[in-house]
Design a protein around this ligand. Sequence first.
Ligand code: PLP
Ligand code: SF4
Length: 347
Amino acid sequence: MPSSFHVKLNRPSLSRSGSSCQSDRWKRELTESFRDVDALLEALSLSHADIPDIDPTRQRFGLLVPRGFVASMRKGDPDDPLLRQVLPLRAERATHVGYGKDPVGDASAERAPGLLHKYDGRALLIATGACAVHCRYCFRRHSPCQALGAFEDRWERAIERIAADTSLREIILSGGDPLMLDDARLAELLRRLRSIGHLRRVRIHTRLPVILPSRITERLCEILTASPLAVIVVIHANHPRELGQSTEEALRKLHASGVGLFNQSVLLRAVNDDAQTLMGLSERLFDCRVTPYYLHQLDPVAGAAHFQVSDECARLLIDELRVRMPGYLVPQLVREIPGARSKTPIG
Ligand SMILES: *Cc1c(COP(=O)(O)O)cnc(C)c1O
Ligand code: SF4
């Protein structure tokens, strides 16, 4: 390598462009995600014969999973718990009594486009319909927010509504995944929320620290903590193997910048419905400075019935966790019941 190359690299303007390259890595990784079942199977040394129930048709809510997450899957294992969360199966097309397209009553809780107000003091804003991964059990898999584009067109009305309701203390940014917004949009949204005097906290529900840890840049940490509003990030991990080295680094970075960190999981058949896995998950979360928050019973969304775990089994699992772990590592087992004034504890 010619020495002039080093000289150039050390020039400030170039090193700045170097760091912006670094901060855009997540966008590049997004475009390189798997969207094709055959390519995913090949990467995992699997074939259709290994998983006869694969749905070969292309759907609107089709396969989407970044390469980094795939790298945490076990090669050659058709039952890998990370793979099961993202692989479209024919079982999704079966219809089941009680399973529908709006399982938690979102439509009737909408106060402005994308603004859901169900519980006292906190409202949830669907910041974007986009996600970095398509989780097969997602309760919003049929919701129109999948089709929503940019948020700016809608957020004026939502923010007006939030500003007018002085009972609100906390805004939850959800989606989709709010960290799919780029830095400029996210900073602008937080700036607008900051200007509303009665708000104390902003909570961000995101799977990106787990699915695409490169999203957690220094710049993002600055944006999140640039305000007097307390910021809480609630991640979504279901299995200890989702919390690899780069996710741990991302979470420690968030923690060091003063963000409160919690996790919610969904109880999923053949993914995390055993005490050993749930204990391992809580232990790994705490290594990463994250406190377990909720363990959700599956929302009865059409297409996800094959993930369902009975309440009886769920209760036994939590009872076992409670005797084997400190109380702060035991998540609250809850279900969302449409019309209820909070998440409903089970057991
Ligand atoms: C789950 C949820 C919340 C948050 O509930 P917490 O118990 O505070 O975590 C808020 N708003 C909506 C619409 C929700 O679905
Ligand atoms: S990341 Fe969250 S919102 Fe997106 S598909 Fe998965 S569960 Fe649904």
